[in-house]
Design a protein around this ligand. Sequence first.
Ligand code: FE2
Length: 369
Amino acid sequence: MSCLSFPPSVFVIGRDYEILLFAEQNGIFWLEIEGERYYPDNAGTLASELPYAKVRLPQTVLNGAKNYRVCYRKTIERKAYFSKIGEVETEEYAFRPLTKTRDIHLYHIADVHYAFAVGKKTATFFGDDLDLLVVNGDIGEVETEQNYKEVARFVGEITGGSLPVLFVRGNHDTRGHLAEKFTDYFPAEGKNTYFTFEVGPLCGVVLDCGEDKPDNHREYGGGYGGAPVYNGTNAFEPYRRRETAWLANVRLPQDKIPLAVCHICPVQTTRHPGDPFDIERDVYTAWNAELERLGIRLMLCGHVHLAYLLMPGDPASLLPHNYPVVVGSATFKGQTDLVGAAITINPEGATVLFTDAAHNVKERFELTF
Ligand SMILES: [Fe+2]
């Protein structure tokens, strides 16, 4: 029996991986790769009172080794002296880095909203030919530790711990009793859930709009009587502005294909202009200008529970943009089916298929970069 509850998630961030591990009981974790140990970054004290850990390491280390060993010791009693810690248990995982330069198979899934079984069927469209999984927000909500564990299980069971994953926060991942702990589990630069990434011949930026409504939004319908929805628990307006300043300083490598990934589409936060989700046009105008500067070839979004392409010049965009946007997650009543985007990327363009849980191709598009 494995010492882990399910396979790890290997998240891409910067030029590193962050590997998320879960066990059934509190313990200490580390990784071993080619004889070197990699520990969770915690100022030298290994956390022993948690059943999970996140370990960051350079991509080059794992890409070269192509396998890693997870090591775990169950906590019996942590004390100032002579702590009681269980024997070392280990589990080995193979890893297949993204080294292809053509026909890169990326699967984009978002808005699973707890429909994990359907989501897993949808996300396995490429089978063993998947190169990069993009999990673009709203997979669950985050009321409990168990919620985080379920999302980690979802990612780990699709990839088997053997493939890179781009994991992006959605607005529902900012809601709930334990929303504040998101960065303990999922990729972040410090506490920032926006970051650059490089993976194989791809690079880009992960952006995070936070919530889809203003921080002080009040709900007038449904008998809420104008009650403040977030009631002072969100400060996304300053967060987005900090993100704008960060984005202005981003430089991406010139020899890779630049992508942008964001749960909410900044250039079309809503399909109904003027509704409560039509926010921050000034901020998103600035974001768009930076994305144009970076030469983004393709943006990947979810959130509106629909699957469509938003091309440059489309009058449905709230802000003009010069790159195509794949809005790639359609859901259906009762989450009985889920459509994601199976994208095959080449330096000169991409093929985008919208596919369902039965792996039927619903629509097909060819994009030229
Ligand atoms: Fe959403």
